[in-house]
Design a protein around this ligand. Sequence first.
Ligand code: ARG
Length: 426
Amino acid sequence: NSSPVWGGRFKKPLAQKTVKFNESISFDKKLAQFDILGSQAHAEMLAKQGIISEFESHAIINGLKKISKKINSNKIEFSEEAEDIHMNIELFLIKEIGDTAKKLHTGRSRNDQVALDLRLYVKHEIQNIQNLLNNLNISIEHIAYFHKETILPGYTHLQKAQPITLEKYLKAYQSMFLRDTTRLNDCLVRMDYSPLGAGALAGTSLPIDREFTAKKLGFNGVIENSIDAVSDRDFIIEFISAASIIITHLSRFSEDMIIWATEEFNFIKLDDAYATGSSLMPNKKNPDIPELIRGKTGRIFGNLMGILTVMKALPLGYNKDLQEDKEGLFDTVETIKNCLDIFNDFLNSITFQTDNMKISATNSYIWSTHLLEQLVKQGIAFRIAHEIIGNLVIYCLDNNKYFSQLTKEECDKISPHIFSSIKLIH
Ligand code: ARG
């Protein structure tokens, strides 16, 4: 039977191309388990309110339980004719328990139903992503613990700037990922309200209990305004924004590792299991994992632009444009989870070349600021000390020397304060 659930109003079946163009089951099947949870809570509420009988409610809830199991074990084939996950499940339920199933959609619309499913999905996935962020932060903590004394050059403008420790460097990223976790929390707090009961947009004249279903499904409360409840996708925009920031952090970390893995830097050695070779050049070992993460940033930013553009200028109330909210969201979730997971493994596989870091920090002028501050401590004005050390750097560059190789005579020619200070910093 290919006539849809609204068949009563229509004289002809859908054109095959309409079916293909209109369907969302090919991707919204991802929401199946959330849809079932929402329907079970709804059915329980309908009975509690005396809108359907307890008997009918039980039949619906048990039928849905069976369908849930069948979906989990891939025993069910979804149909494009039924358009989306909501109608697919309703039709399965009719097959499973008969006409009682036709009471499930009482006091509900697909508009509040889809908004509910999406919120349940995002809430669930935010937790998974927070767990992955947490794993990554534990790895960083662990690695950093062993590098409290590991000195390397810190960079600004990608030019050697001042000495830092590897611990401090790593913990900079940890700070970002900790903020990302709290950013997801903020997003969670704002989206933790149930749209169920908003109906198509105007609520319902039936005596439903919105608070009951909200509580049952683990929400903090209900979305008061029924038009807002079905029209709002702020939570998706916010979530993908937070994901964009996470992948930005991952991308910067990746970029640093790519630079550090070059022969020129040689600060890290890539593990064979987390690098790739060249089909032509036998010498190559490439950092594909961080490069791909850097590349996938484009996807997530694209998904953010996608949802912003869908929402822009959308008249209030549900519009079918909103079906386009899903693929970018799902892709963002999968991408960010994959990236966090593999980056964690990649990070743990890295060998930090601490000797090379040390040589790079020693054979350089990154101690200049420190030396300048030694002069300031001796009472020399900052600007004058700055000029003295600047002259010292030029002298060293012209004579191909580092500070530690200078004799007292050479230092004294520039300023009598330098030589004793060099001893203090090295
Ligand atoms: N498949 C639709 C979506 O993803 C479900 C809601 C449909 N509602 C409607 N009135 N056509 O947005």
